[in-house]
Design a protein around this ligand. Structure first.
Ligand SMILES: Cc1cc2nc3c(=O)[nH]c(=O)nc-3n(C[C@H](O)[C@H](O)[C@H](O)COP(=O)(O)O)c2cc1C
Length: 181
């Protein structure tokens, strides 16, 4: 698959085949995803893969109660990736002072870049993904025993797609692109 096809055909996947995502698949995806650009090469992202079904379903049942559609999304997927960002690296000097006036903005920026790189890496391997932003961060931290300096930036359901939906409509170019000539 070439890069343009990969970019154009990426979709959020919510229906998956029974087939498991293997530890080897995960390692391959993260190795590719790790090539993403980041703040001063601080490499602040940690990838926590949940392949054990009971643990994944516990996260679905206990950490997404107010968002039942995400409970369903996680149950439907064979695996879950938790994208974590180590606090205080992106956008900060080594002594902890902020490098810009934008506070934690650069941490979120790096997390978004990493999440997208991960989803595209998965796509090249035929694995579908769904980024989710609604969940109970503290409950996930407790269940997975994540360190306090990890921010959970997003969670990503993943698996081999059963159904690939049509692309949702995009805004016209004239609304999103401004060219000063
Ligand atoms: C930051 C972010 C948070 C999202 N959160 C959720 C979510 O909690 N639940 C969900 O079903 N989809 C979620 N999505 C998926 C979006 O709804 C989806 O990307 C969008 O509708 C466009 O569809 P596409 O990804 O197939 O192009 C999220 C996507 C992003 C990037």
């Amino acid at each position: 698959m070439d890069a343009i096809e990969c970019l154009i055909t990426r979709r959020s996947i919510r229906e998956y085949r029974e087939e498991n995502v293997s530890k080897q698949d995960i390692e391959n995806m993260v190795e590719i995803a790790q090539m993403v650009s980041c703040w001063e090469n601080t490499q602040p992202i940690r990838y926590v893969a949940v392949l054990e079904k009971e643990l994944k379903n516990q996260i679905a049942d206990e950490c997404t109660k107010p968002y039942p559609w995400n409970t369903e999304n996680i149950h439907a997927a064979p695996a879950l990736m938790i994208i974590c960002t180590i606090k205080g690296l992106s956008g900060y000097e080594k002594d902890g002072t902020p490098s810009t006036t934008k506070g934690t903005h650069w941490q979120s920026f790096d997390a978004g870049m990493a999440a997208d790189h991960f989803c595209l890496a998965a796509r090249t391997m035929g694995v579908g993904t769904l980024i989710m932003g609604r969940y109970d961060e503290e409950k996930i931290r407790m269940i997975l025993h994540l360190p306090e300096n990890y921010d959970i930036s997003c969670i990503i359901a993943l698996g081999y797609p059963k159904l690939v939906p049509a692309a949702s409509e995009r805004k016209p170019l004239k609304e999103v692109l401004l060219i000063k000539e």
